[in-house]
Design a protein around this ligand. Structure first.
Ligand SMILES: [Zn+2]
Length: 247
């Protein structure tokens, strides 16, 4: 059976002298591992379109127990990501998250849109990387069924207080009157809370259409990362690498 689809290459791995094994987030078939014969040969029509972080139109042969890519036409190579180690590290972290968080059998189009859009913003450099990263983390968790509840204080239902406390364990908020020093809560200023809310509640087209700087950005970024690590229950090598690279 042959599949015609589009997909983002999340990882690539050499097999022998000239072949590759790639992990692809496809539009139609979820995340799949595909064999790409002779793809390391620069004369091969598969060479560019099967590189990691390349978004490609793919023709894939689906055998009984494996997928084989026989055509790959690159639609976007995200060239700027390859010129900057910090951007590249963040992009690789996004790919590792996709592999670990997208639920089996999920409809992948929303995930593909999210990562393509995020990579586009990382590549063009028009938003701070910690902002893109935090939005990506919160939005990805929300898609996968772990959307925090940031509407109001979980106890008294007040919408906002000068500082709100975010539970990385529960994904809920407490206002400064209700918070009594419980563990696993992260303080958020109004700027950080507004950014968190925007990340999960804004229409997809507008997720990166805001700005936050200084301490509020640090709080926002810290809270999103902590919530992700707590929710997923593990560390990511690519995140550790990004954190050592970031300026
Ligand atoms: Zn309260």
């Amino acid at each position: 059976m042959r599949i015609q689809t589009k997909g983002l290459i999340l990882t690539e791995q050499s097999v022998g002298e000239s072949d590759k094994l790639v992990t692809v987030l496809t539009e139609s078939d979820g995340i799949i591992r595909c064999f790409a014969k002779n793809a390391k040969n620069i004369k091969s029509n598969l060479c560019v379109g099967t590189q990691s972080l390349c978004y490609s139109r793919l023709s894939i042969f689906k055998g009984r127990d494996k997928y084989i890519i026989d055509q790959a036409e690159s639609l976007s190579v995200f060239y700027e990501l390859r010129l900057d180690i910090e951007k590249l590290a963040l992009a690789q972290y996004f790919c590792e998250l996709m592999i670990n968080i997208v639920p089996e059998g999920a409809e992948t189009v929303p995930y593909l849109r999210l990562i393509l859009n995020s990579l586009y913003f990382v590549a063009n450099g028009k938003r701070p990387m910690p902002l893109i990263k935090a939005v990506f983390e919160l939005r990805l968790l929300s898609l996968a069924g772990f959307m925090p509840n940031l509407v109001c204080c979980d106890k008294c239902k007040i919408y906002e207080s000068k500082i709100m406390y975010f539970s990385k364990a529960e994904g809920t908020l407490l206002c400064d009157s209700c918070y009594k020093g419980e563990e696993n809560y992260i303080p958020l200023s109004i700027g950080a809370l507004t950014s968190m809310r925007h990340s999960i509640y804004a229409d997809f087209e507008k997720i990166f259409s805001f700005n936050v700087t200084g301490t509020a950005l640090q709080e926002f970024s810290y809270a999103a990362e902590q919530y992700l690590i707590y929710t997923v229950g593990r560390h990511f090598a690519s995140l550790d690498f990004y954190n050592t690279m970031k300026s």
